[in-house]
Design a protein around this ligand. Structure first.
Ligand code: TMP
Length: 210
């Protein structure tokens, strides 16, 4: 699937309120300054169909959605995103920066909802073949701090209404994945102020062999 991949695929993960959006924009600027052509995108979403699926996924009017449906919709949006946007961009040599990807399915639908991680791995292979992110930044902070930040921003979505235990399981799963794949993951401690977080990001970027 990714035979002609020339660009780099970098994903960003973390519980809600970890500051992903601001920090991804910061990273995109730095990489652009270094001369790379960037595609900034997000999941669920990133394409017209994917954004329509996102609306269903985050809608508070659908609290009863089955967990399996939720997982399959995530991967449906992902298939669309990969084939229409991510793979073509990587083949053109662009660096794809994606706000959340399949690790979010392991964290939210796996650890959060309780779906067997092996089933998620099967979908991952089915939809992505051998395509995996080159690097993943995990913006880590205590789930209750992140959730409070997200809730203070205004209206919450279907996920943000989950109990704190759900987000504690999500965070623990992210940390477990980061621990088991140190070559791919970089953990950013997101509990600090913006300047300190961006200093950490800059030193990680300097260390990566771009
Ligand atoms: P966002 O708020 O970071 O844009 O993401 C929307 C929600 O979707 C967020 O609560 C995490 C959730 N999500 C999953 O549950 N599984 C996934 O695979 C992805 C990509 C996101």
């Amino acid at each position: 699937m990714s035979k002609n991949k020339q660009g780099l695929f970098i994903t960003f993960e973390g519980v809600e309120g970890a500051g992903k959006t601001t920090n991804i924009a910061f990273i995109a600027d730095k990489l652009q300054e270094a001369g790379h052509e960037i595609l900034l995108t997000r999941e669920p979403g990133g394409t017209t169909t994917g954004e329509a699926i996102r609306e269903i996924l985050i809608s508070k009017d659908l609290p009863e959605m089955h967990h399996t449906t939720e997982l399959l919709l995530m991967f449906g949006a992902r298939a669309e995103h990969l084939h229409r946007k991510i793979i073509p961009a990587l083949e053109q040599g662009k660096w794809v920066l994606c706000d959340r990807f399949t690790d979010a399915s392991y964290a939210y639908q796996g650890a959060g909802r309780g779906i067997d991680l092996n089933k998620i791995a099967q979908l991952e292979t089915f939809v992505q073949d051998d395509l995996r992110p080159d690097y993943t930044f995990l913006f880590d902070l205590e789930a209750d701090i992140g959730l409070a930040r997200a809730q203070s921003r205004g209206e919450t979505d279907r996920f943000e209404q989950q109990h704190i235990d759900f987000f504690n399981r999500v965070r623990a799963q992210y940390l477990k994945m980061a621990e088991s794949d140190k070559a791919r993951y970089r953990i950013i401690n997101a509990q600090y102020d913006l300047e300190t977080v961006q200093q950490q990001i800059s030193s990680v970027l300097d260390d990566l062999t771009f």
